[in-house]
Design a protein around this ligand. Structure first.
Ligand code: SF4
Ligand code: SF4
Length: 306
């Protein structure tokens, strides 16, 4: 029996995660480890305590209740995670919500019931449900069961994936119940992919090719996306290589995801060291002139960018 995922959040009324008004289910756990991850709390499959220093009122209650003496104001991340046993006492006692447990086990029935409350919004907006992460395909059996339950309700389904999955299992268990796939192709060079995402990308590119072939014959939609990360993915070399790859696949449209420098703060909350914190390019938004240059790389290859 495959492990069940922890759920980070179920967010309703989203206008940014696919067509129409959508409910987004965020799974916790990812086979990649991208240094710039915008949801760093989704990387680890297990639960974590998050500390938001901006919400803390300095009452000291958490320090008093912690049975492991894991909390210390002198610690730059406040929590010594080598001592913390995730007992949740501090989060329960915290009056301001500065401390919270990230990742919850939610039974399938409760997830579906939460989603169904939003169903009336999907109909009028051509919306539906987006399964995101982390990486939903890490839990293929659970994903399959959830997708089937949504299709039984006639709900449009969209899966956001990094592409690092067993293709046979995905094709059999998930694909029959998916309407749209948002598929991230972040870095083309396998060694640079490994350097910044923790794994090589051979499987990701192969899986994309297979899905692309199937999408021409089947009824699901496939959209490649590339997050623009200064000096990592957003380089002329990388974007040209990705555009060339998409050309070989006969793809005429892709999406470039805008860079959001606010991910640095999220790393602090879960106590993750971040070597890019003082990198000037990584702490600013990408200017419009540069975005136009990136778009023109694709345009020259005949690929439209959203
Ligand atoms: S979860 Fe428990 S052990 Fe961890 S810091 Fe909070 S009170 Fe301490
Ligand atoms: S209990 Fe909450 S508000 Fe009080 S010191 Fe701890 S984190 Fe801050």
């Amino acid at each position: 029996m495959q492990k069940k995922p922890l759920i980070l959040d179920i967010k309703g009324n989203s206008l940014d995660d696919g067509p129409g008004i959508r409910t987004v289910v965020f799974f916790k756990g990812c086979p990649l480890s991208c240094v710039w991850c915008h949801n760093p709390e989704s990387k680890k499959a297990g639960a974590e305590i998050s500390f938001d220093k901006n919400e803390c009122v300095g009452c000291g209650t958490c320090i008093e209740v912690c049975p492991e003496n894991a909390l210390d104001r002198k610690n730059p991340f406040f929590i010594d995670r080598t001592r913390c046993t995730l007992c949740n006492a501090c989060a329960e006692a915290c009056p301001s919500g500065a401390l919270s447990m990230v990742g919850k086990k939610i039974p399938m029935g409760d997830i579906v019931a939460t989603i169904l409350k939003d169903k009336p919004f999907y109909k009028n907006s051509n919306g539906g449900v987006t399964l995101s992460g982390g990486e939903p395909t890490l839990y293929m059996d659970f994903l399959s069961e959830l997708l089937q339950a949504l299709k039984d309700e006639g709900i449009h389904t969209l899966v956001e994936t990094c592409g690092m999955f067993d293709f046979e299992s995905f094709e059999k268990k998930a694909l029959p119940y998916i309407d749209t796939i948002y598929y991230d192709i972040k870095i083309f060079d396998p060694d640079i992919h490994q350097q910044f995402c923790g794994v090589k990308n051979d499987r990701i590119l192969k899986n994309f090719s297979k899905l692309n072939t199937l999408s021409a014959e089947n009824s699901f939609e496939l959209l490649a996306r590339t997050p623009l990360i200064p000096n990592i993915t957003a380089t002329e070399k990388n974007l040209t290589e990705i555009a060339n790859f998409l050309n070989t696949q006969g793809i005429g449209q892709t999406r470039l995801l805008a860079y959001n420098p606010l991910w640095h703060e999220k790393n602090d909350k879960i106590g993750t060291h971040n070597s890019f914190k003082n990198d000037q390019a990584m702490t600013s938004w990408i200017p419009n002139e540069k975005l136009e240059i990136y778009r023109s790389i694709y345009a020259k290859k005949g690929i439209l960018t959203e």
